[in-house]
Design a protein around this ligand. Structure first.
Ligand SMILES: [Zn+2]
Length: 347
């Protein structure tokens, strides 16, 4: 089989290079045998990452393995070669089949029994720390709710501290759902590893996130999809929600400027819409390069995944134009390569 060559500008280094596929790896060394050019002149970006998605899950928390594979392929066609699942059904069977994106983490949707309300998909537990540590030991991650009703009291700080201590003790990381100012503050103060959503997050949470090396995954596009409906209905709760949404938009830039790692997570259907999230991050005033990095190289570094070095895994995406000047092109990759296999190509 002929070796494939790719030539173009590599991001984020902004360097014109040529690389070849060597099995499931990339090499910058010209092979001695035959090769043919698969692509020339585009922009090469390390495989995209959606750090907050729930493929295969139904609203009641059920799981369908066939839907899971279909949703994962929707992501892959959009250039997303790695997925992280902050919360999946307890019955989820994650397929690590080679034709699907790489998978990171899982864990159940763990909700403390002391919260004032719960959703159907929540796994309600009394001992949040023990259950969280069990999930983290199994998958590397756990997902805990720091609040649910955004107008009610969050999980107390002391309980979240116990969660963080127990999960870190087994070498795991904590993804914390927060959608109230008090919940986001407690998550940041407890030292969780990522805050998901962070609606209404107070500015005082930002230095705590920096101190604990906590990433911010605002999932803005999932919230943006509700704005018109909330504005039209305009009940008191909608007004609180809209104010919290405005605050989280401001916090994205604050967090980035303070040195917090801001990452792209979609948390919604249809799957494969990470470009929407990048666009929302740019609208929230994140510099375009940082917003694209949030869905690619920054997320990859955060998860310990390789980029474009000699011998790195061949997961990358090619765009016909520079996504930094035209982010809309992220919706139209010309090529998607996963594990050295061409998933998508022109024609
Ligand atoms: Zn979610």
């Amino acid at each position: 089989m002929t070796t494939l060559r790719f030539q173009g500008v590599l991001l984020p280094d902004d360097e014109p290079r040529e690389l070849w596929l060597l099995g499931d790896r990339v090499t910058f060394q010209r092979p001695s045998g035959d090769w043919s050019t698969a692509s020339a002149g585009g922009y090469l970006v390390p495989g995209l990452v959606d750090v907050h998605t729930h493929p295969g899950c139904s609203p009641d928390g059920g799981f369908d393995a066939q839907d899971f594979a279909g949703h994962c392929l929707d992501h892959l066609r959009a250039g997303v070669t790695t997925l992280r699942f902050p919360g999946l059904s307890a019955s989820a069977e994650i397929s690590h089949a080679h034709h699907l994106p790489r998978m990171v983490g899982g864990g159940r949707w763990l909700a403390w029994s002391g919260l004032s309300s719960h959703a159907e998909f929540h796994v309600v537990v009394d001992d949040l720390a023990t259950e969280a540590a069990a999930d983290a030991a199994r998958t590397g991650w756990c997902k805990v709710f720091c609040d649910w009703d955004f107008e009610a009291d969050p999980v107390p700080l002391e309980i979240l501290r116990q969660v963080v201590e127990a999960v870190h003790a087994v070498g795991g990381r904590v993804a914390a759902h927060a959608q109230s100012g008090a919940g986001a503050y407690n998550a940041a103060a407890a030292g969780v590893d990522s805050i998901e959503h962070g609606m209404g997050m107070p500015s005082t949470a930002v230095p705590l996130m920096v101190a604990h090396d906590c990433a911010y995954v605002p999932t803005l596009s999932a919230f943006a999809s509700q704005v018109e409906h909330r504005k039209a209905r305009n009940r008191r709760r909608d007004q609180t929600w809209l104010a919290g949404y405005q605050t989280m938009i401001e916090r994205v830039r604050d967090a980035h400027d303070a040195g917090v790692t801001v990452l792209a997570g979609t948390d919604r259907q249809p799957f494969g819409a990470v470009a929407d999230e990048v666009e929302c991050l740019i609208q929230a005033d994140l510099p375009p390069t940082a917003a694209i990095g949030a869905a690619s190289w920054t997320a990859r570094t955060w998860l310990g995944l390789p980029g474009f070095m000699e011998g790195d895994a061949a997961d990358f995406v090619i765009y016909p134009e520079d996504p930094r000047t035209n982010p809309a092109v992220l919706r139209h990759p010309s090529h998607v390569v996963l594990r050295g296999k061409m998933i998508r190509q022109p024609g």
